[in-house]
Design a protein around this ligand. Sequence first.
Ligand code: COA
Length: 143
Amino acid sequence: MEYRENALSYEDYCRLRKSVSWQLFSKEQMREAISRSLYTITAVEDGLTVGMGRLIGDGMYYLLADLVVHPAYQERGIGTGIANRLMKYVEDKTPAGGRSSLQLIAEKGKEGFYEKLGFKRIPHEFCGSGMRKIIRKAPTSLS
Ligand SMILES: CC(C)(COP(=O)(O)OP(=O)(O)OC[C@H]1O[C@@H](n2cnc3c(N)ncnc32)[C@H](O)[C@@H]1OP(=O)(O)O)[C@@H](O)C(=O)NCCC(=O)NCCS
């Protein structure tokens, strides 16, 4: 398995999201999001991209997003390989004496995968629940 840095293409991004039945965003949003990622990792086997993960962030707070391994390649350590590389990026960028907060929203049932990587479920004794709001916009009559 080869792990590549910052080589995520729009086509692979869409294909991998579809492989796990995740909805797509608009084409413009997905293209811009990929190009504005801080860091991406793709897992490539025999020339085929079989996994991906992205980091978004500002040097203090980071979001681990779009971690996907194609179903035919799951349970082979690839998801862990991608996540470890994303975590190492954050560790390398964190200055001596500083700290970084790496956050994510686990898919239902995937919490155990992240716990093995050292993530803690929230809420816990120091944190309330994670929260999010989805903002949708209806298409215009021209689109
Ligand atoms: C979650 C996902 C990325 C894991 O990738 P993967 O390559 O199959 O994971 P790995 O093979 O590296 O698994 C590592 C360990 O986590 C375990 N694991 C995998 N899925 C798990 C789950 N849902 N709950 C608990 N443990 C899990 C594996 O059994 C393995 O344990 P081991 O080290 O004791 O053998 C993959 O299942 C996936 O793409 N799922 C669909 C998309 C998704 O849900 N992404 C996460 C978004 S938050």
